[in-house]
Design a protein around this ligand. Sequence first.
Ligand SMILES: [Fe+2]
Length: 207
Amino acid sequence: MKAENRHHFGVPILEVQLPEVRARSEEIRQYLEKMRDEDTDGIQRSNQRGWHSGDSLHQSKEPVMQWLTEQIFQVGSRLALHAERKPPETEIFLSSLWANINDFGAWNAPHAHLPCEWSGCLYIDVDENPTEENAGICPGDIMFFDPIPVGAPYRPAPTVSYTPKIGTMYVFPGYLLHMVAPHYNERSRISMAFNFRFGENLTQIAR
Ligand SMILES: [Fe+2]
């Protein structure tokens, strides 16, 4: 597994490609669309016009969700522990997993995932070659915000945006503010998002 550490704003933003996702993309889409048909309201978080599933898909009995959960746990926990320089035996839990289906024009407002220590997203079906670009931002991009968003001359530009491929996974600290730009493609954009917790914090910090 080859992971890139973007280390933007001095914050670790880890990117890795899970090539197996592409072959199962359609199967996952069909399962999630069926779930949306049965629960059209979904839940409201950062999603604007988009559908957000319940956040316990890591407990699903559906084989394809169990497969995804395993991939995300194995890769995501390893990246988070590596970035924190914690030993591999550190207790870490995948505490939530949900799906986002963004139809034409849907987007996600800026938000962070505190108190979860680490978070991430995995792309199931996205427009890999968006034709439109404005000031370096493409439709459907994920955008991260500098925790000290002062810009020049003290800091880099306050936001950075990435255009994911199918199977791209980003893992980043839960405090890092981010959003999803609207996209204008008739084919819906499908992503999974997740949170990790450190066992020691769950038992030692009162929350
Ligand atoms: Fe998020």
